[in-house]
Design a protein around this ligand. Structure first.
Ligand code: 5AD
Ligand code: SF4
Length: 449
């Protein structure tokens, strides 16, 4: 979500006549986009801003701004910590940034634009991405109020964008060469539940979908040029039969879902107020897997929630084995001020949180390797990004299952191509292979193996 918001702000500033610096050091304006979801993320942003502000001694004309969740959470108090910060903008006021930059350039400083969390949000719809994939925000805020989570406080209640706005944005992206969109929302399957998103004159799709989110998926799939659709994050309650059906029947939807489970223990899930049980979660996984062959599943999990016993942690461990996650983001619980869980005693000490974290990481490494091993010899359709970060001789891209595939480029394959890559060997999070051909072209490469 923050990557998306940063991109929208960059695009607004470029449209206002500014130029994007290639290196941070060249920039006359630096805006830090902050996350509040864990204490460590906030510490990092404060550390970075401290360095940037200290740098003003040598570069007094350089302007420094803060945006995102931490700006929203801390409000005006941020200037007590960072008196040299020029401006701070809350989550629902991104649109105000170009105008704030103008004021700062005229000499104002310490400007703060924080709106009430329930204020109507500025909807980020500008894009600056280069490449062939784009994020599209469809739902802002969150209404769930999981006990540990600061997001509903800092991003406000749910607001779903009208479908026609989203579709216009995606059509424009497609006309600029975007082939893959990822629809974003904190609880993305809740799209259209809290406010109307379809107008009476919007065309209905041919599949007769009734749920607003599946209707949107069908409409996005009909945008010419969009070959791949992803969405994140999911919640088990949103994995309805209609959604599973849409994922199976619309070929553009990737066979991948990011479905955070957070804990494998019913008692902990209840304390977390997640709104589902272990059995509910596993049932959703079962329905997804039986509908889609080669379905890839990724997740988020928290270790060391207040009161989590060793036996409950073992339930988390066993759920991960049963669900057979392709990848998992593992987080140590971090109390967030003002959340219900912050009232509970944070009684799992840091060493124990670290131990649990390491165990899940090690399990996941073995599991990832094993699941990827089964892909050796298969041909995967890879949306090509270009030279890989580590080694520019090698190129990389992503499979529909959202796995990184690395291969040696050949003539006729370009960033944005969908290449057929035959997998030769694997690591827990990476596939390595050879190009066999490119979809939509008659390039066919034969290897004598
Ligand atoms: N402590 C640790 N992890 C958290 N997450 C959200 N809030 C917290 C917290 N207070 C994790 C959840 C969520 C992911 C984005 O961050 O796993 O899915
Ligand atoms: Fe936070 Fe829960 Fe909303 Fe996700 S669904 S943003 S974890 S409150």
């Amino acid at each position: 979500m923050n990557v998306r918001d940063s991109d929208a702000v960059a695009a607004m500033l470029v449209a206002a006549g500014y130029q994007q610096a290639v290196r941070e050091n060249d920039a006359d304006l630096v805006i830090v986009n902050s996350c509040s979801v864990r204490g460590k993320a906030e510490d990092k942003a404060i550390g970075k801003l401290g360095l940037l502000c200290a740098g003003k001694r040598k570069r007094p004309d350089r302007k420094i701004g803060l945006m995102g969740c931490m700006a929203q959470r801390i409000g005006e108090d941020i200037f007590k910590k960072l008196p040299l910060l020029d401006f701070s903008v809350g989550t629902r006021r991104c649109g105000a940034i170009p105008q704030m930059v103008r004021r700062v350039l005229k000499g104002e400083t310490n400007i703060c634009e924080i709106s009430a969390a329930e204020a109507f949000p500025d909807v980020p719809d500008t894009h600056n991405e280069t490449g062939h994939s784009a994020f599209v925000t469809i739902l802002l805020g969150c209404n769930r109020r999981c006990a540990y989570c600061i997001v509903p406080d800092v991003r406000g209640p749910e607001y779903s964008r009208p479908a026609h706005e989203i579709l216009a944005e995606i059509s424009t992206l497609a006309s600029h060469g975007i082939r893959e969109v990822t629809l974003l929302g904190q609880s993305v399957m809740n799209y259209g539940k809290m406010n109307d998103v379809w107008h009476s004159d919007d065309p209905y799709g041919t599949n007769g979908y009734k749920e607003p989110f599946t209707r949107l998926l069908e409409a996005v799939a009909s945008v010419p040029g969009i070959n791949r659709i992803r969405f994140t994050s999911g919640h088990p309650s949103g994995c309805t039969d209609e959604l599973v059906h849409a994922m199976r029947s619309l070929p553009q939807i990737c066979n991948h879902l990011h479905l955070p489970f957070q804990s494998g223990s019913d008692r902990v899930l209840k304390m977390m107020r997640r709104g589902y049980s272990r059995a509910d979660y596993l049932d959703a996984v079962k329905r997804l897997r039986s509908a889609m062959p080669d379905f890839s599943l990724t997740t988020d999990v928290i270790v060391g929630f207040p009161g989590e016993t060793d036996a409950e942690f073992e339930e988390t461990r066993s759920l991960m084995e049963i669900a057979a996650f392709d990848n998992a983001f593992i987080f140590k619980y971090s109390p967030r001020p003002g959340t219900p869980a912050a009232e509970m005693i944070d009684d799992v000490n840091d060493a124990e949180k670290m131990r649990r974290n390491q165990i899940l990481l090690a399990d996941q490494d073995i599991r990832g390797q094993k699941l990827n091993q089964a892909l050796v010899g298969t041909v995967q359709e890879v949306l090509v990004d270009g030279p890989s970060l580590r080694n520019s001789e090698r190129w990389s891209g992503r499979t529909p299952g959202n796995k990184i595939a690395v291969f040696t480029p050949v003539k006729g394959v370009e960033p944005g191509s969908i290449a057929e890559v035959r997998i030769k060997r694997v690591a827990p999070q990476t596939l390595y292979g050879e190009i066999r051909g490119v979809l939509g072209s008659n390039l066919i490469i034969e290897y004598s193996d």
